[in-house]
Structures are given as C-alpha cells and as structure tokens.
Write a protein that binds this ligand. Structure first.
Ligand SMILES: Cc1cc2nc3c(=O)[nH]c(=O)nc-3n(C[C@H](O)[C@H](O)[C@H](O)COP(=O)(O)O)c2cc1C
Length: 239
C-alpha cells in the first residue's frame, strides 16, 4: 500500500458464514467497498474473507512469544523476530505479522477498517474473534517512543446484523454482546470514539421465523436505515 495517501486505505473484513448470497453484512460491506473504490481507486483496498479463509486460532507459541515480548515493554513488530524461540513461536509469528501489518497500514494512512459482523449466539462469529485474538499481539498498535495509539487517526466502520431485536426495551437487550464488545475492543485499541461507527441491521430473520412476523416492517426499516448509513459513511460526507 506504499504511496497511498492519507485516508486512501481500506481494509475490508467479512465474517459471515453465509456465502450463498443472502448475507446482510456481506451485502452492506460490499456496497461500502464499491462506493469507496469509486472515490479512491483500488490501490489501497485490501479484502479478507475470514469465513472462507479462517485465521488459525492462537496457539501455545503465540502465548509464549507474547508473554516474552510483554516483559520487554512495547516492542515494534520489526524487533519481535529477534525474541522468537523455537519453531512453534516462529510459525505463530509468521501467521501473525502479516495480519498486524495490514492493520498498522490502516493506522499509518488514517484509513478505514470495515468489519462485517453477524451476531452469532449473542456475540461475534468465531472467525472474527480468531482474527481479533491474533492481531491483538502485545504492543503492536502502540508507538514505542510516544506510547501513542497507532490507530488513533484510523476510522473503524462496524457493519453488524442480528436476527432478532436488541434495542432499548427489547426482552433480549441485555444479551447483546456483539456491539458492546466491539465498541469496548476498538476503544481499548485506541480508536477515537468519534471515529468508531457502528451500523446494525436488526431483525434480519423476521421474514423467516414465524414468531418474528410482527416485526417485518421494523426489519425493513432497520435494513433501509443501515443501507443509508453505510452509503453515507462510504461517500464524501462520511470521510
Ligand atoms: C450460528 C448462528 C447463530 C446466530 N445467533 C443469533 C443470536 O444469538 N441472536 C440473533 O439475533 N441472531 C442470531 N443469528 C442470526 C444472524 O445474526 C442473522 O441471520 C444475521 O443476519 C447474520 O448475518 P448475515 O446475514 O450477514 O449472515 C444467528 C445465526 C447463525 C447462523
């Protein structure tokens, strides 16, 4: 992505297991990416389908290396290899570094991280959690000299969907561990509150689940609002 100007980087992640064409999050993130590429071209665009090409779960070598690194304070990724011990750690670091570099490139360019996230069992899909666990290697998103968050100028756009409704007053509102989790995670990573945008289409199963039939209009309205929000965030007014 070298040579790409500020704001001209988009890292697009999808994590829905549904690759048959019916995924709400895939459609919405796809629309965002299409509009974004019309404005910025393709040079700074990266795509990862975390369901099609899952990130391996972190293993013992990741924990061992991460712990050794943490004892040193903040170690820049370029110096981590010198701390690697044994083939297991070497393998884990080889799996981790390219993913970390992709996210750091977003921070360096004040670019956008776009994340498509269905709700699975009240939380995020395991495919996305595996990516989160791996990229969140100790210290890699902190400037070793200033202590500044390297994602402090980045924009994160979370495009979420859930089959039911979790708004204020909904019976399951307290079971929403999808959006609150992602807000907490990206805030902890140093993404500024005003740079974290969450769009969610709710009640996406209302047309399939008989017990949700009464919410079909609400589902349509939620999807239309999500589509409008995504279009706005992808266009000139959103960046
Ligand atoms: C494995 C699995 C678990 C799910 N768990 C929930 C859930 O806990 N709450 C909910 O509201 N919807 C749940 N759903 C429904 C999805 O959140 C909903 O269909 C959403 O639109 C999926 O995103 P997608 O359309 O991008 O695939 C689940 C769907 C699947 C496949």
């Amino acid at each position: 992505m070298s040579g790409v100007g500020r704001g001209g980087v988009l890292l697009h992640l999808d994590s829905s297991a549904d690759r048959r064409g019916g995924s709400v999050t895939r459609r919405l993130t796809g629309e965002f990416a299409r509009i974004w590429r019309e404005r910025h071209g393709g040079a700074g665009y990266r795509y990862r389908d975390l369901a099609e090409a899952p990130v391996p779960l972190v293993g013992s070598g990741y924990v061992g290396l991460g712990t050794r690194v943490e004892r040193q304070g903040v170690v820049p990724p370029a110096k981590v290899a010198a701390l690697v011990e044994g083939a297991d750690e070497e393998r884990e670091w080889a799996l981790t570094l390219p993913l970390v570099e992709e996210v750091r490139a977003v921070g360096a360019a004040a670019g956008t991280l776009l994340v498509g996230v269905p709700m699975y069992n009240f939380g995020v899909p395991a495919a996305l959690k595996a990516w989160i666990d791996r990229v969140s290697f100790p210290g890699v998103f902190t400037d070793p000299d200033s202590g500044r968050a390297l994602l402090g100028d980045a924009r994160v756009v979370v495009v979420a969907a859930c089959g039911g409704g979790y708004g204020a007053g909904a019976p399951l509102a307290a079971c929403d561990f999808q959006v609150p989790y992602l807000r907490a995670y990206f805030a902890r990573l140093g993404v500024a509150a005003e740079q974290l945008h969450v769009v969610r289409a709710e009640l996406t199963r209302a047309r399939e689940i008989p017990g949700l039939a009464a919410f079909r209009d609400a589902a349509d309205a939620s999807l239309a609002a999500a589509r409008e929000a995504v279009t706005g965030l992808a266009g000139p007014a959103g960046s």
